[in-house]
Design a protein around this ligand. Sequence first.
Ligand code: FAD
Length: 295
Amino acid sequence: MSGTDVEMAVHHAEVLDAVDLTAGMRRVVFGGEGLAGYRSTGVGDEYIRLLFPTDPDRRPQLPGIVDGNLDYGSIDLDRLRTYTVRHWDAQARRLTVDFVVHEGGVAATWARQATPGQVIGLNTPTALYGPPAGLDWQVLIADYAGLPAAVRLAETTTAATRLVLEVPGPEHEIDVRARPGLEVVWVHGGNGHAPSRLEEIVRALPRPEGVGYVWVAGESKVLRGVRKHLRHELRLPAAAYKTVGYWIEDAEKWRERYDGLGADTRAALDAIWEKGGDEEDLEDEYEARLAELGL
Ligand SMILES: Cc1cc2nc3c(=O)[nH]c(=O)nc-3n(C[C@H](O)[C@H](O)[C@H](O)COP(=O)(O)OP(=O)(O)OC[C@H]3O[C@@H](n4cnc5c(N)ncnc54)[C@H](O)[C@@H]3O)c2cc1C
């Protein structure tokens, strides 16, 4: 385990409060006895898998843990989604998640109706943000799904930070707490409503002197273009950036095409990750293969 890894555990989490932050984002605060022993990595983009019951008024069965890994057994994997811990208050045992409430989807549909007393499952978080030592500046860029992580990162770090947030429109902006060295830029579009400008924004970034880090989260295909620029055109070392695909536009069509590939092709794609070695090299291979397959 690395410094920020925490031993895997699973928890029931009870809704304490649910409020609309904007017309497109709903904040749900979880708590209850089930969160006893919940351990945070303390890193701003830590994410958890949420397990939603089919009937929102029943408690979901939690997965088991085998050799430190989650064992879902007969649990329907389509009830699982990945979300950022927007805030964790260990003393009050309150865990906050901000949900984009887009059309459809197990998670967005659940979030819309979330009511105190309902219970979901969640696991120990994992973090991805890992800037180089001696960081002088960072750029955090995200669409609406990445906003909770980007804002928490901006709040919990001290380096000079440019925070660029792409939200559907001005009515989707939220308050971001000011701090010295933090510049916030709002961009409107993307998010399944209009073409995303995240790649164009990354391509236009100035490159200040000193040790820097670029962290970008958003729609997966958009992120492929972003990563291509940072890794293959600017030739940044892997330590200087992190790009994370948070969701897939037209996921139903994507899934249909993926399922139509045939078992051997799907197994070959999965096998790329099992090869071991440099993760960014594996990502190159995986993305190239997806592109060849029209995904
Ligand atoms: C590490 C990580 C952290 C994340 N943190 C957050 C977070 O804090 N808050 C958050 O809201 N999301 C977050 N996401 C994204 C979230 O997991 C996806 O958006 C997920 O697909 C939502 O599930 P769903 O059941 O609502 O929709 P799905 O069943 O996955 O999809 C249903 C339909 O909605 C569309 N769709 C899915 N997500 C979006 C979206 N964001 N905008 C517009 N259309 C969409 C799909 O294309 C599909 O057509 C995170 C993802 C990752 C990988």
